[in-house]
Design a protein around this ligand. Structure first.
Ligand SMILES: C[S@@+](CC[C@H](N)C(=O)[O-])C[C@H]1O[C@@H](n2cnc3c(N)ncnc32)[C@H](O)[C@@H]1O
Length: 237
């Protein structure tokens, strides 16, 4: 499991270039992944949404823009430089829904939110960074109301035939490209390393179920590079 201090300081180092690096390294496909996440959230018409590990806030902004009526959104992260980027974008925004988002500091392993306070929790490319995924999932379950939905967008294990190409990209091309874009090759060596170890769709489904949530969808995106899991907190409990 990743060391939280190292994760925090790594995201602090790359915060200012995070958005640009994302767009280039995923060839812009990441926008489509977040759009699919927003569609999944919208199906359940939540009034209060927590976007955990919000980083520079892209999921929170996409939800504010994409859902009508827009829910009350909290974007939460434990890395202040990433939250500063999110907050700067919020202040620059002319969209009234985006300017209502609250970006707050908070640790996914010990959420500063009451039990049952959220209709939906989203976490995009954050779960693999948590030092203790089981504890993080238990916290997400705690803050969801009964019947509330957790949506996890995360790297997964791609279709078998595509793996050799993908791992070559992750181990060789991605760190080199990332050094050009962020000046921090190590951060993206870490990315390749954590993605390689991330559970498959079936394994993550089992982890989420073990945390006491009912998985209602587990959808592979872009040859299975990424998966979108949605899971409901049971009505009783
Ligand atoms: C790869 S970024 C994803 C950001 C954003 N969700 C997106 O889709 O672009 C991962 C984020 O997880 C945050 N993170 C990692 N561990 C965390 C924890 N225990 N609590 C809160 N945030 C955490 C990092 O600070 C970082 O901003």
């Amino acid at each position: 499991m990743p060391d939280p201090k190292a994760v925090n300081s790594m995201f602090g180092r790359i915060a200012k270039r995070y958005d640009t690096a994302n767009r280039v390294l995923s060839a812009g496909i990441d926008r489509g992944w977040r759009r699919r996440l927003v569609e999944a959230v919208g199906r359940h018409r939540p009034a209060r949404v927590l976007d955990l590990a919000t980083g520079s806030g892209d999921v929170a902004f996409a939800i504010a823009r994409g859902l009508h009526p827009s829910p009350e959104i909290i974007g939460m992260d434990f890395c202040q430089p990433m939250l500063d980027e999110a907050e700067a974008k919020r202040r620059m925004s002319r969209d009234p829904e985006e300017s209502k988002i609250r970006f707050l500091p908070g640790d996914g392993l010990d959420l500063p939110l009451p039990d049952g306070s959220q209709d939906a929790v989203t976490i995009a490319f954050g779960l693999r960074n948590l030092a203790d995924r089981a504890r993080g999932l238990a916290e997400m379950r705690r803050v969801l109301r009964p019947g509330g939905i957790l949506h996890v967008l995360e790297f997964s294990q791609p279709h078998a035939w595509f793996r050799p190409f993908y791992y070559f990209y992750l181990r060789h091309l991605l760190p080199a490209l990332a050094r050009l874009l962020t000046g921090d090759r190590d951060a993206y060596l870490y990315l390749g390393d954590t993605i390689g170890k991330f559970p498959s769709r079936e394994e993550l489904t089992a982890e989420i179920s073990t945390a006491g949530l009912e998985v209602i969808a587990a959808v592979p995106l872009t040859l299975g590079i990424v998966a979108l899991h949605s899971a409901r907190k049971p009505a009783a409990g």
